[in-house]
Design a protein around this ligand. Structure first.
Ligand code: PLP
Length: 462
């Protein structure tokens, strides 16, 4: 039995998969504040046109440029591993596979999109990218990519993480990135929040507002903004995870998996693995596909499906998605990457259609699973990743109860070696269960009620 299943470099996928081509009903368009569909041109101050083309594309397959592949080879193809020691511990008939995205230099799946984003920006003549970061994963991934393609990078980092995770800030500096705590005094959006609430822990929504403002206000026209998740072109770039995984499962004689799992913050590592398998599900395969989120930020399981902004200052278009409201400021739970108020519209459409069935898990169960993982498989996972592991453990236990030899696969989205503060809090008994109270859902509904209605398009097949 193989513990790790490796592809040779020549087997790397040469095209990304775009699920927009296969959705049973077409996506709702993003809207401007007055409710009209946005034109691609209106996004031009924010993103380079070559990425906007990918954002709105409905082509099923899109070529990965040779030069992008040349950078991805530094760590890709990523290993598919089998969690045999965990399987033994659980005494389950299930086979648990995981796609190990922790092997990239910044330690997560995020460079799968930061590299092409930096590359397309450079191709378009852009000299500087701005962005936001939560736990610091995306900021470090974009700093890494910008240094490799040779452009500048400026990162607005959510205050709470800036304080809790100083090491990621240093990683950004090592790769030449420039990192400031958000809200900052450098932008109008940041100053406004600080005036109202000087002690705010910040949020991804606030940091996004600042990063977009910093990009569009550069009079030279040589600055653009990059987003690490949520958008269609990010899901596209991440599809390399699932495309590789499919080949690897075939190599060990597995057909399609029974269960596909990923933790979901903005949806990208989940979608990266899940969308190529979702195509099979659309075409008739029987696969359970589960995005997993924290009970502290239950966007897909409790957030209304509505048009909402991606940021607190309402600078992004209105996107059709499940949302806890763009003014949502989450509790400072330790899985910083899973605290966003919204979710990828493509993932949300799959949930509306019934192709994906989301779950919300509490952080105590997730840390307990992370410890079991470290003591069986050996590696220390990111707090975000622990949500996928906890869900995989639940599924493996269920398979035992049912006496079924199921094949489970999940994205191991990143390592946790920079996240010792969270582990320390857990080990010293400082963490507790936290379920978002119902008043907060009511507050979300209030925040969303004046936005355009998002039609629930559903064929009823799933
Ligand atoms: C950023 C991050 C996530 C959450 O982002 P998604 O876009 O939902 O994938 C999950 N795990 C790790 C390790 C991350 O860095």
């Amino acid at each position: 039995m193989d513990h790790k299943i490796l592809l040779s470099e020549s087997d790397i996928p040469k095209k990304w998969y775009n699920i927009a081509a296969d959705l049973p009903t077409p996506m709702l368009p993003p809207l401007t504040a007055d409710g009209t569909p946005i034109s691609p041109e209106s996004l031009a101050p924010v993103f380079p046109m070559n990425l906007i083309e990918q954002e709105v594309s409905t082509e099923r397959w899109i070529d990965i440029p040779e030069e992008v592949l040349d950078i991805l080879y530094r760590w890709r193809p990523a290993p598919l591993r089998r969690a045999t020691y965990l399987e033994k511990y659980l005494d389950t008939p299930a086979k648990i596979y995981y796609k190990d995205e922790s092997v990239s230099p910044p330690g997560s799946h995020k460079p799968n999109t930061s590299v092409p984003q930096a590359w397309y920006n450079k191709q378009f003549g852009i000299e500087r990218m701005t962005t936001e970061t939560g736990a610091g994963q995306w900021g470090s991934a974009l700093s890494f990519a910008c240094s490799l393609v040779g452009i500048e990078c400026r990162v607005f980092m959510v205050r709470i993480s800036f304080d809790q995770k100083p090491f990621r800030k240093i990683m950004m500096q090592i790769w030449g990135g420039n990192c400031v705590a958000s809200p900052s005094t450098e932008t109008a959006a940041g100053r406004q929040v600080l005036d109202a609430n000087p002690d705010t822990p910040g949020s991804l929504g606030i940091a996004i507002s600042e990063a977009i403002e910093a990009a569009v206000s550069d009079q030279s026209g040589k600055t653009r903004y990059g987003l690490g998740s949520v958008l269609n072109h990010v899901m596209l770039h991440q599809s390399i995870i699932g495309l590789e995984a499919k080949k690897q499962l075939e190599m060990v004689g597995e057909g399609l998996p029974d269960v596909v799992i990923g933790c979901a913050g903005g949806g990208s590592n989940f979608a990266g693995l899940a969308f190529p398998f979702t195509q099979d599900k659309i075409n008739g395969a029987d696969i359970e596909i589960i995005p997993v989120e924290p009970t502290a930020c239950p966007t897909l399981t409790k957030g209304p499906f509505s048009y909402d902004y991606g940021d607190i200052a309402c600078m992004t278009p209105l996107m059709p998605m499940h949302s806890l409201g763009h003014s949502f400021i989450p509790e400072p739970i330790h899985a910083g990457g899973l605290r966003y108020h919204g979710m990828s519209p493509l993932v949300c459409q799959c949930v509306v259609e019934g192709l994906h069935t989301p779950q919300a898990l509490d952080q105590m169960e997730c840390y307990e699973s992370a410890l079991l993982w470290a003591r069986t498989e050996g590696s220390i996972c990111a707090p975000e990743t622990s949500h996928a592991i906890a869900a995989a453990i639940r599924e493996a236990k269920k398979a035992k109860e049912e006496g079924k030899e199921k094949t489970i696969i999940f994205t191991y989205s990143g390592h946790g070696l920079m996240d010792m503060t969270g582990y320390d809090a857990y080990l010293s008994g400082k963490l507790s269960e936290y379920h978002l109270p119902d008043e907060e859902i009511a507050r979300a509904e209030e925040c969303l009620k004046n936005h355009p209605q998002a039609e629930q398009r559903k064929t009823g097949k799933w």
